[in-house]
Design a binder for this molecule. Structure first.
Ligand SMILES: [Zn+2]
Ligand SMILES: [Zn+2]
Length: 331
């Protein structure tokens, strides 16, 4: 599986991918290198910028400091009369994707001192950076800083026919019934004692409880978890989903964590499932706010169509309040 690539081979592949971007406006080869292979190069951003291509914004994540400063200058010096809001929105997203200290400082400055292109951005520019996987907030002492909204470690969730009891992350139905639709809630079980999940800094097993049937209709479903105990559903809104009996809900095969870590962009292939890493939202950043403290929740796991019958479930967490939330998106 591991490829041994020389620097020359990678350079050639980057050049070929950029040629496809330039000649055919096809970003797929660049995206594959960045997302699937984890190739980091400022050449993607430079080429995209020269071609006036902004989307997908991930092309910009490894932009050079020079290009970053160029983008900041464009946004800083935009005059009201040359307002082209969509272009500036794209530039803002590219800068958010770069997301280093200088980029964050500039965006925070425009939040305080809006430029003409900020006019139509509800909540100001900072309200539009979550798609890049971070937010800015004050900590308990009032210090304001950037906070990343996903974990840098990622393990795939794979179907397994040979999972030992208790090893499967799909925990099946539990005894509790969803009051809205009458289905049993299901549990997604993550074992904080498993060495692979040590990055979650949990001290035991958590069971994230939610209603699979209602989750597509809710803005978010939340439960309070306690290590090595059942969790308690605390909030649920939206309409009721259809009824499924326990046999249907339990027909899913066991899912286990991959032996080895996978790239954080693993879930960019939408059918995939993983714990940790970066979420691939199908449209718009779908981070929930913790119902307890109001802070933006952190991405914990993505369950794509390999797991779900349709759509994608995004599980998020606030470790301070011990609350997990589940949200849903469908193409
Ligand atoms: Zn339900
Ligand atoms: Zn919280």
């Amino acid at each position: 599986m591991q490829e041994k690539l020389t620097e020359d081979t990678i350079t050639q592949e980057i050049n070929d991918a950029i040629a496809a971007l330039r000649d055919e406006k096809d970003s797929d080869p660049c995206e594959d290198l960045i997302r699937i292979r984890g190739v980091q190069s400022p050449a993607f951003a430079s080429a995209a910028f020269a071609l006036d291509i902004f989307y997908p914004y991930i092309l910009y994540q490894d932009a050079s400091p020079k290009l970053r400063d160029q983008i900041i200058d464009l946004l800083e010096n935009a005059e009201a009369k040359e307002r082209e809001n969509i272009r500036y929105y794209h530039l803002l997203q590219a800068l958010a994707m770069i997301g280093d200290d200088t980029a964050v400082k500039a965006i925070r400055n425009w939040q305080e001192h809006p430029r003409p292109w900020c006019e139509e951005l509800s909540g100001g520019p900072l309200a539009h950076v979550e798609g890049a996987g971070w937010c800015v907030e004050a900590d308990r002492t009032g210090d304001v800083s950037k906070r990343q909204l996903f974990f840098n470690a990622c393990y795939a969730l794979e179907k397994s026919e040979t999972a030992a009891p208790g090893e499967s992350v799909f925990g099946g139905t539990c005894d509790e019934i969803c009051p809205a639709c009458g289905c049993s809630y299901i549990n997604v079980v993550l074992d904080g004692r498993d060495e692979r999940l040590s990055f979650l800094e949990l001290h035991g097993k958590i069971r994230i409880k939610y209603c699979e049937s209602c989750v597509p209709w809710a803005q978010g479903m939340f439960c309070r978890y306690e290590e090595d105990k059942e969790s308690t559903v605390i909030l649920q809104d939206g309409e009721a989903g259809p009824f499924f009996d326990d046999a249907d809900l339990n027909s899913r095969p066991p899912f286990v964590l991959s032996k080895k870590m996978v790239p954080t962009s693993y879930c960019d292939e939408f059918d995939r499932c993983a714990v940790g890493g970066r979420p691939a939202f199908l449209y718009g950043a779908g981070y929930l706010n913790c119902p307890e403290c109001g802070r933006v929740m952190m991405h914990l796991a993505q369950l794509g169509s390999t797991w779900t019958d349709c759509g994608t479930h995004y599980i998020q967490i606030c470790r301070d309040c011990k609350i997990a939330g589940v949200t849903y998106q469908q193409t």
